[in-house]
Design a protein around this ligand. Structure first.
Ligand code: NAD
Ligand code: IPM
Ligand code: MG
Length: 358
């Protein structure tokens, strides 16, 4: 059956990197029998400019109808003065929430060709393959009450609420235990249970769930220590599971272990295998429009789409191998370049990968 893929390029470098990822999908369709139909929809600042809101109803309807979504990135200084609920970022948050995309998978894998570009020494990082499982539709991003006001002392005050109920924790916990079982069998749950009530509940529920997963080794770690351990000795981890805010921060840190934030793909899944696939990075306004953005995080997100939604693990392997070949040939965008390699544009990297796939 033809799979419907909705492309949401968004803002900044989003359209540039999506263009390359779409070329990859088109090459797979024409040369490898991938049965897909592509459609495009507005989101983020581009949607604010065109229709006044960051997630028009027509985009949400198209997203609901799609089997998978390829998402670029949203946001930028142009829209920073929008009220919170009408910022580009709100469009993405609403999309995640409305589609129930609660499980965010952020793999940090070091390509051996980039070992010397990593922020860490080669022996500490070589062979790195960790998976961060981030809860994506709850926690402090969505907790009520939240807001800004003038308090009784005449001072500006603002507040957010970090809230999880046990079902939300159990749901992401099960997803993470299942992923750990399919990987190295070790799960580290990251929280701040020495301070936060919500983290104490998180830890209790993870510990209870462990009874259903006795073959998996479960450990707990405080988030401050986890941030330190990620840059001290990242290979101690296999799978990590954590809440929305902690996962956001830890995954950007993990990106630098792989050489660049431009290397980190992600999948945001619902309970039925539908997914939104996007790079972990943002719209990179500082380099947008220059043709220098690294498209590999987005192309590797296509590989995740092939594996998790389209059930074409064979093609996912092909895409990941093609990325390896492009790196073998010394092709690099600026963020992962060194003295021995050749600077290539966003489009040249995409083109090289498409050539390998053909
Ligand atoms: N999922 C998303 O769409 C998403 C994610 C993060 C941030 N944002 C938004 O993006 C905007 C900019 O945020 P930011 O600057 O904090 O984070 P960012 O990830 O956009 O950029 C951080 C740094 O990484 C670099 N970078 C990012 N992607 C790159 C790529 N593919 N190739 C090479 N270099 C890359 C940028 O040039 C910048 O120096 C904000 O509006 C933010 O809210 C969106
Ligand atoms: C843009 C923003 C809402 C988003 C988040 O915090 O989830 C981004 O940082 C990410 O990591 O996907
Ligand atoms: Mg982030």
């Amino acid at each position: 059956m033809t799979a419907r893929i909705l492309v949401m390029p968004g803002d900044g470098v989003g359209p540039e990197i999506c263009r390359e990822a779409v070329r990859v999908l088109e090459a797979l369709a024409s040369d490898h029998g991938l049965d897909i139909e592509l459609e495009e929809a507005l989101v983020g600042g581009a949607a604010i400019d065109a229709e006044g809101v960051p997630l028009p109803e027509s985009s949400l309807t198209a997203a609901r109808a799609a089997d998978a979504i390829l998402f670029g990135s949203i946001g930028g200084p142009k829209w920073d003065d929008q009220p919170r609920d009408n910022r580009p970022e709100s469009g993405l948050l609403r999309l995640r929430s409305e589609l129930g995309l609660f499980a965010n998978l952020r793999p940090a894998i070091l390509y051996p060709q980039l070992a010397h570009v990593s922020a860490l020494k080669r022996d500490i990082v070589s062979g790195l393959d960790i998976m961060i499982v981030r809860e994506l539709t709850g926690g402090i991003y969505f907790g009520k009450p939240a807001g800004r006001h003038m308090n009784a002392n005449g001072k500006r005050e603002a507040f957010n609420t970090m809230r999880y109920d046990e079902d939300e924790i159990r749901r992401i916990g099960r997803a993470a235990f299942d992923i750990a079982r399919a990987r190295g069998g070790r799960l580290c749950s990251v929280d701040k249970a020495n301070v936060l009530d919500v983290s104490q509940l998180w830890r209790d529920v993870m510990t209870e769930l462990h009874a259903e997963y006795e073959d998996i080794e479960l450990t707990h770690m405080y988030v401050d220590n986890a941030a330190m351990q990620l840059v001290r000795a990242p290979k101690q981890f296999d799978t990590l599971v954590t809440g929305n805010l902690f996962g956001d921060v830890l995954s950007d840190a993990a990106a630098m272990l792989t050489g660049s934030i431009g290397m980190l793909p992600s999948a945001s899944m619902d309970t039925n295998g539908k997914g939104l696939y996007e790079p972990v990075h943002g719209s990179a306004p500082d380099i947008a429009g220059q043709g220098v953005a690294n498209p590999l995080a987005t192309i590797l997100s296509v590989a995740m789409m092939l594996r998790y939604t389209l059930d074409r693990g064979d093609l996912a392997d092909k895409v990941e191998n093609a990325v390896g070949y492009a790196l073998d040939r010394g092709l690099r965008t600026r963020d992962i370049m060194d003295d021995e390699t050749q600077m290539a544009s966003t489009q040249e990297i995409g083109g090289a990968i498409v050539d390998m796939l053909r």
